[in-house]
Design a protein around this ligand. Structure first.
Ligand SMILES: C[S@@+](CC[C@H](N)C(=O)[O-])C[C@H]1O[C@@H](n2cnc3c(N)ncnc32)[C@H](O)[C@@H]1O
Length: 280
């Protein structure tokens, strides 16, 4: 058993929330799949590279990295046993032999000395309790000149998918906004802070570019409502409400989803930083 520095994150991702992600892996992938193209364009993976996927979850991006490095290999690291089980079975089904997965806390796990050419993450590097320690650990695992490419949410106000969920479910409450500095979806959201963080961890040439893509909730309103009403952030907002308020909030959520349904499914705006840097 390796060291866990983020026990609350481990409890969630290796517990019920991770099980939900594992059970609905294709849907979660579809929700943010539009970010794969900018992520991999920036990562610049070459055929013989060793690639690290941080917080790889169910492994869609790890498999993509392995396909881009047929003469190299891709390693996914994640806290979640259930999500890694999906990742491993996907790798086997795809017949990819150059992929492996490690269940560990990327903040503290010894990932090797200069063992990787590239590190990527799609929304998996935002949950560290100690961001400085985590990125120093990741920098240590990259060879000098190695590349880092991350997708991480910008700010709440630029992410309609989340502001609309929160507005629908507020039920008169003044919900506390998640803060940069994390751990949470917006922990890398402040560009100045993230630049200083990565420089301090041993990276140079830090760059943040905003990418805006649609966040996809489902094929149609009924499909999207069924899924969204089951996700953990939504359950968390519903939980403190009494039965009547909960029913009203769910009605509001359904109306919101119906408003955003179109020919391409239920899509809401989202905004992420494409963060790139080079290991000094
Ligand atoms: C929002 S999910 C994204 C998963 C995946 N990258 C994707 O795009 O579908 C966040 C992931 O980060 C993982 N995670 C959170 N904290 C972690 C840590 N300290 N070490 C390793 N993985 C972590 C979670 O287990 C979860 O799989």
């Amino acid at each position: 058993v390796t060291e866990i520095a983020n026990p609350e994150q481990a409890a969630a991702w290796n517990g019920d929330e991770g099980a939900h992600w594992a059970a609905h892996a294709d849907r979660y992938d579809a929700s943010v799949a539009a970010y794969n193209e900018p992520l991999f364009a920036a990562a610049g993976i070459r055929a013989a590279d060793a690639v690290l996927d941080i917080g790889c979850g169910c492994g869609q991006t790890t498999l993509e990295a392995a396909r881009r490095a047929p003469g190299g290999q891709a390693t996914g690291v994640d806290l979640s046993g259930p999500m890694l089980a999906v990742a491993r079975s996907r790798a086997a089904a795809a017949g990819l032999a150059n992929v492996s997965f490690v269940q560990a806390d990327a903040q503290v796990e010894p990932l090797g000395d200069a063992a990787f050419d590239v590190a990527v993450s799609r929304c998996g590097a935002m949950f560290f309790g100690d961001l400085a320690a985590a990125f120093a650990n990741i920098a240590h695992a990259l060879r000098p000149g190695g590349h880092l490419a991350l997708i991480a949410w910008t700010s709440l106000d630029r992410n309609e998918w989340l502001t609309e969920l929160r507005r629908s479910l507020a039920a008169g409450r003044d919900l506390p906004a998640p803060q940069p500095g994390g751990p949470g979806p917006f922990s890398l959201g402040d560009p100045g802070r993230t630049t200083a963080l990565l420089q301090g961890a041993g990276f140079r040439g830090v760059d943040l570019v905003e990418e805006r893509r649609d966040f996809t909730f489902g094929a149609d309103a009924a499909d999207a409502f069924g899924f969204v009403s089951s996700i953990f952030p939504v359950r968390g907002l519903l939980e403190p409400l009494d039965t009547a308020a909960r029913a009203a909030a769910l009605g509001e959520l359904r109306a919101t989803i119906e408003r955003h349904a179109g020919p391409g499914g239920v899509r809401l705006g989202s905004s992420a930083w494409l963060i790139t840097a080079t290991r000094a």
